[in-house]
Ligand binder design. Structure first.
Ligand SMILES: CC(C)(COP(=O)(O)OP(=O)(O)OC[C@H]1O[C@@H](n2cnc3c(N)ncnc32)[C@H](O)[C@@H]1OP(=O)(O)O)[C@@H](O)C(=O)NCCC(=O)NCCS
Length: 180
């Protein structure tokens, strides 16, 4: 898929509803690679909790999840002039042993702090609930104020299982099925 530069995107596009959140499939590998490559070093390092150079492998792993019934990747896609540009992603993986879902999330630098992260979290929770999952948990660096703020706003609570470097938070899901 050809891509517009996120920098070329008008600020009003989010307000115009040109952004959709959808599940990734195998055809999204290249777009996801472009997305990860375009993130600032800071955002990419926060997303992966450290430096990663194998983003092509990560992109492939994300879409491979689509074939697993208990895992998924959500993409926030900006649709503009017939073209789609990925501006956010959420990877969700279910741990059957721990009986909880785990996730990682990122939003393109230019689109941060506009509510997109929260929208993706809510969509993730609905899908996880539809799959019958009762709990979602995640871990982030203690210094990651954005993720800690987002988790708190989404209703996650600090479990106290983190250490001096990381915070572990979790949320119990009510079994409300989405209307999709
Ligand atoms: C964390 C992240 C996904 C948040 O996405 P976002 O779209 O910017 O978040 P939202 O706009 O939906 O913000 C929702 C809430 O999160 C909190 N938040 C978001 N950015 C914040 C910041 N920079 N500082 C403090 N709190 C912040 C706020 O409570 C915010 O609500 P408010 O705007 O009403 O105050 C984004 O900052 C990001 O991609 N960070 C880098 C990757 C990362 O850290 N991922 C987490 C590890 S997997």
């Amino acid at each position: 898929m050809s891509q517009l530069s996120p920098n070329a995107v008008a600020e009003s596009d989010l307000a115009k509803g040109a952004v959709c959140i959808r599940a990734a499939d195998a055809s999204d590998v290249e777009s996801l690679l472009i997305y990860f490559t375009g993130l600032s070093t800071t955002t990419r390092n926060k997303r992966f909790m450290g430096a990663r150079t194998d983003v092509a492998m990560v992109a492939a792993e994300c879409v491979a999840r689509a074939s697993h019934p208990d895992h998924f990747t959500l993409l926030a896609e900006l649709r503009q002039e017939g073209q789609g540009t990925i501006i956010g992603e959420t990877l969700y993986v279910y741990d059957a042993v721990a009986r909880q879902g785990e996730f990682a999330i990122s939003v393109a630098d230019l689109f941060q702090r506009r509510g997109l992260g929260l929208q993706m979290m809510m969509e993730m929770e609905m899908r996880a609930s539809d799959l019958g999952h009762g709990m979602i948990a995640a871990e982030t660096a203690r210094v990651n104020a954005e993720m800690r703020g987002l988790a708190k706003k989404a209703g996650f609570v600090d479990t106290g299982l983190g250490d001096w470097q990381s915070v572990h938070f979790a949320k119990s899901l009510s079994r409300q099925s989405s209307s999709r």
